[in-house]
Design a protein around this ligand. Structure first.
Ligand code: ADP
Ligand code: MG
Ligand code: ZN
Length: 496
């Protein structure tokens, strides 16, 4: 939980926050960016290494073609302009886990620029600009937990050295911590749809640095920014930004100046701490990497990559609303992952009523999957099963309550719907109306006021009666039958 400094609402209202995010995303290639070492996560330390990624003298980098394709695909999904020619540069700095003493990155000529994505801000859709998307290699990892019995020692694992990354830099268009959260959520969703990364934050496949400044409302010039580094969840990033905004306002309000610095977020305390000043440091002495040719992604190659671009989440949601007559909220839930959306659509196409499929997937399937820790690809109930079960409810052959019981059996036994339905002897809900008619009579007798309202012309109370009858039948009744019988019975009451 963020423990924010106590500044007054009045002080808060005098300032406008500015936020820009730098996001590193690891690409899902099998091998590293400049050598053929594996990128596999969790391998024993220093086993996925070779002279290139160890930075041994004389070793030469060879660019992985797949990295270029993945990076370009991500850039296209983020509406960027692709630079036909981009340049790899050396970013020089010393760090124990950076054996070459420089990182191969891109600087003044990145792969892609001028993109954007759209978030749903408090004031409606808002476009957040993407300044650039460039390609670079990851550094190794320092493990400060100690090793070989020496608790105060640091070990270095170079498995990650040379793993391909893209860095996505936003424009300073983000105005609140909430918008930053929205931006990251939308960005992650788009990247996941392209399939170029798993965006797994626990494994470091997605990392975010947040640049935060505040300025007095009405002032044109940006305030001095602080950069909060390496926060490992979206929720913590939001908290860190909230904390930073308040901290900076407090500094200014009490007559101080915000320092340009790098800060770290402590999620236990909910506070950021100064890590290093940025003022004196950081001249990376970038220069073009002499061991790599300029990267050329010509029109033909760009067209080939563009042809593999999937339908993106927002466009897909809009299409699904029109195509299946579902609500935007349904569409938002059902497109949470590309796999879920694919599965839903296959069932929706096979079933008579896609809206019923949408409800069924959300109310009966997703919760049960979550409880079992399964993703949709491992659902015991296949999409053919979902479609078949939706049709059975649609035709009135089985009730909602029966469907629930059958789904419970599916999940208990790990069997698909039709198998369970067959083994249960293809049960049908009762079409015997006498029992239902009795319930209806009872419900009417118990609710004379509503009946009077109906007589007086208030036709909407019929919904009330339907609800009461369903309740009295413990969900067993066929809603279609209830509606028909009720309409008939009520009509007779009009004349009595
Ligand atoms: P640096 O050279 O310090 O890394 P950049 O100009 O590359 O700074 O910007 C890095 C990120 O910081 C970008 O996302 C950018 O939008 C954002 N940014 C730049 N200036 C500010 C500012 N004054 N306040 C907040 N964010 C900023
Ligand atoms: Mg930066
Ligand atoms: Zn290697």
């Amino acid at each position: 939980m963020a423990t924010t400094p106590s500044i007054s609402t009045a002080a808060r209202a005098k300032y406008e926050p500015i936020i820009g995010l730098e996001v590193h995303v690891q690409l899902l290639t099998a091998s590293k960016i400049f050598c053929s070492c594996s990128t596999q996560f969790g391998a024993p330390p220093n086993t996925n290494v070779c002279p290139v990624c160890l930075g041994l003298p004389g070793a030469l980098p060879v660019l992985n073609r797949k990295v270029v394709e993945f990076a370009t695909l991500a850039a296209m999904a983020l509406q960027c302009r692709i630079n036909e020619t981009s340049i790899f540069s050396r970013k020089n700095y010393f760090y124990p886990d950076l054996p070459k003493g420089y990182q191969i990155s891109q600087f003044d000529k990145p792969l892609a620029e001028l993109g954007f994505l759209v978030i749903q801000s408090a004031n409606g859709p808002k476009r957040i600009g993407i300044t650039r998307l460039h390609v670079e290699e990851d550094a190794g990892k320092s493990l400060h937990e100690g090793f070989a019995g020496a608790a105060d020692s640091t070990a270095i694992d170079l498995n990650r050295s040379g793993v391909p990354l893209i860095e996505i830099v936003s424009e300073p268009d983000i105005a609140t911590a909430d918008e930053a959260y929205q931006y990251l959520t939308a960005l992650k969703e788009i990247i996941l749809y392209t399939g170029v990364s798993d965006c797994n934050m626990e494994e470091g496949s997605l990392r975010c640095d947040a640049n935060v400044s505040v300025r007095p409302v009405g002032q044109e010039k940006f305030g001095t920014k602080a950069e909060v580094k390496n926060v490992n969840s979206f929720r913590f990033i939001k908290e860190a930004i909230e904390y930073e905004i308040e901290r900076q306002i407090e500094v200014i309000e009490s007559g101080g100046k915000v320092a340009q610095e790098t800060r770290l977020y402590n999620s236990v305390e909910g506070k950021t701490y100064s890590m290093r000043s940025k003022e004196q440091a950081h001249d990376y002495r970038y220069f073009p990497e002499p061991d790599l040719l300029p990267l050329v992604v010509d029109e033909k190659w760009q067209a080939e990559i563009r042809a593999t671009l999937p339908e993106l989440p927002e466009a897909r949601r809009q299409r699904m609303v029109t195509e299946y007559g579902i609500t935007p909220q349904d569409a938002a839930v059902l497109t949470e992952t590309r796999a879920l959306a694919d599965q839903f659509e296959s069932a929706a196409k096979a079933a008579k009523n896609p809206k019923r499929v949408a409800n069924l997937v959300q109310s009966e399937l997703m919760g049960r999957l979550k409880a079992k820790g399964l993703d949709i690809e491992h659902s015991p109930v296949s999409m053919a099963g979902v479609a078949a079960s939706a049709d059975l409810v649609e035709s009135g052959a089985i009730s909602g309550k029966m469907l629930k019981d059958l789904y419970n059996l599916c999940f208990e036994r790990g069997q698909d719907f039709l198998q369970v339905y067959d083994e249960a002897g293809r049960p049908e809900q009762s079409r015997d109306t006498s029992a239902l008619e009795k319930i209806i009579e009872e419900v009417m007798a118990a609710n004379p006021k509503q009946l009077e309202q109906y007589r007086a012309g208030k036709k909407t109370v019929i919904a009330f009666f339907v609800g009461q009858v369903m309740k009295a039948s413990k969900g067993q009744a066929n809603p279609q039958m209830v509606n028909e019988l009720l309409a008939r019975k009520l009509a007779t009451k009009l004349n009595s």
